[in-house]
Design a protein around this ligand. Structure first.
Ligand code: FCB
Length: 446
């Protein structure tokens, strides 16, 4: 049976973020949820009614309580138990985020209890032999930052640097890998262009400003962390999409692909050049563009959220990133799959393509599955289930999904054994050559 061995020391793990798992956070998102839960519940059917098995999800998705993060997974109190599970699953690394609103609840006032909590989180990981990757900002802002204009205000970058300095000084002895920002372009798209996420703007000018403010925030944080520890490794979490034209000979499709690729995948890398010790890939989307419309292939499987599953896309992204000549970590990759019927295959197939990239000289050093636990999926609430571990929100009981065990075997052996490797079967070249796939409406996506 074909066997794919990963490089020695390859890191295996999963990822979470504070607002999605900790419970009882108080930040701009928690405030926004209170105001918008009723509306999101009302709109759910319109947005997701086309998805398979919708009738089963509908009662939860139409309940306003679904849109309030509330206790989430109570990970703030249960982190040790959750890390026991990660260790049991053979994970050697774990990515999580600090909740800035806990650490600096008011401007300039840093909370000792909060920073002590995160020291304990880091110690708990180290005690279990799990390498921490810390994210400093996974989208949520302290309320005072939001009131100042959030990531659109130039002052954000200075405030973020000050927070980073404080954190690096207090936690730096326990952390080697730092992820400054999570997916700047997702926030730019969903919060400043589409107007879906807080602060719900629809402005090209705002979007442009936010690119620059976030890039400056990252660059400042990069220096702040290195001043504290010259050996620290710093990067930012970048969502990268694999774009292809709907028709390869269509001039307009090719122009939009070039623009989308530039603004989604490339621009932040350009604005942060020389300020990254490593690059990251967060891969969820393969996007076929017909001018400005997203289309996908009817014959490709989809997740519970209707996101097309296209493992080969990660390979093309990795090949493209090779030119930057930096180590790469896959800091997120996963799917909503309530009944766990596709997750194991999803993981195996993505890893197969990642391995192909590695065998062609791309320096990939780790893989973090999104997510360790089911969690609060932003404006979609609790119904999408991304966890290797299922969470019963009524009791907070954790249950391992079968795919978690299959992934654990890969982590433990550093090896993927795949009866039917995906390689070559659905190559984009082949699709391009055979023309186009039937069009269906794009999924809502993030
Ligand atoms: C990513 C986010 C993460 C989670 C997954 C599904 O874009 O970084 O918090 O919501 O999508």
């Amino acid at each position: 049976m074909p066997t794919f061995r990963f490089p020695q020391g390859f890191l295996w793990g999963s990822a979470t973020s504070s607002h999605q798992v900790e419970g009882h956070t108080h930040n701009d998102w928690s405030e926004w949820e209170k105001k918008h839960a009723e509306r999101l519940a009302r709109e759910a059917h319109l947005k997701f009614g086309h998805l398979p098995h919708w009738e089963q999800r509908r009662p939860v998705a139409e309940d306003p309580a679904n849109y309030i993060s509330g206790a989430a997974c109570d990970h703030y109190n249960r982190f040790r138990e959750d890390f026991d599970i990660a260790r049991e699953l053979g994970h050697t690394a774990h990515r999580f985020s600090l909740e800035w609103s806990r650490i600096e609840p008011e401007e300039g006032r840093f909370d000792e209890a909060a920073i002590q909590h995160y020291r304990e989180v880091l110690e708990a990981l180290r005690e279990r032999g799990i390498e921490p990757f810390i994210t400093l900002w996974h989208w949520t802002n302290p309320v005072w930052i939001a009131e100042m204009g959030g990531v659109e205000n130039k002052k954000f970058a200075e405030r973020f640097e000050r927070y980073t300095r404080f954190v690096a000084g207090r936690l730096g002895d326990l952390v080697k890998f730092w992820v400054t920002l999570n997916e700047p372009t997702s926030i730019i798209g969903a919060a400043y262009l589409n107007g879906n996420w807080p602060p719900q703007k629809k402005s090209l000018l705002s979007a442009y400003r936010v690119y620059h403010v976030l890039a400056e925030a990252h660059n400042r944080a990069f220096h702040a962390i290195h001043e504290n520890d010259p050996d620290a490794q710093v990067g930012f979490a970048n969502i990268l999409q694999s774009f292809v034209p709907y028709k390869k000979d269509s001039w307009s499709d090719r122009v939009t692909v070039t623009l989308a690729h530039f603004f989604t995948n490339k621009y932040m890398l350009r604005l942060t050049r020389d300020h990254n010790d490593f690059l990251t890939v967060q891969y969820y989307f393969h996007t076929r563009l017909r001018f400005i419309r997203r289309t996908h292939n009817l014959d490709h499987p989809e997740s519970d959220l209707g996101w097309e599953i296209y493992p080969e896309g990660i390979y093309h992204i990795l090949r493209w990133l090779k030119r930057y000549n930096l180590p790469i970590y896959i800091t997120e990759n996963g799917l909503a799959d309530d009944v766990d019927s596709r997750r194991a295959e999803f993981i195996r197939n993505h890893l197969c393509w990642i391995h192909k990239a590695i065998s062609e000289g791309v320096d990939v050093r780790g893989y973090f599955h999104w997510s360790l636990l089911d969690n609060f999926e932003w404006d979609k609430g609790f119904w999408p289930r991304f966890g290797l571990v299922a969470v019963d929100y009524a009791t907070q009981a954790r249950t391992l999904r079968e795919s978690a065990r299959i992934y654990a075997e890969i982590c433990r052996t550093n090896t993927l054994v795949l009866a039917d490797p995906y390689l070559g079967e659905r190559s984009e070249e082949k699709e391009r050559a055979t023309g186009t796939a039937p069009e269906i409406p794009a999924s809502p996506g993030t």
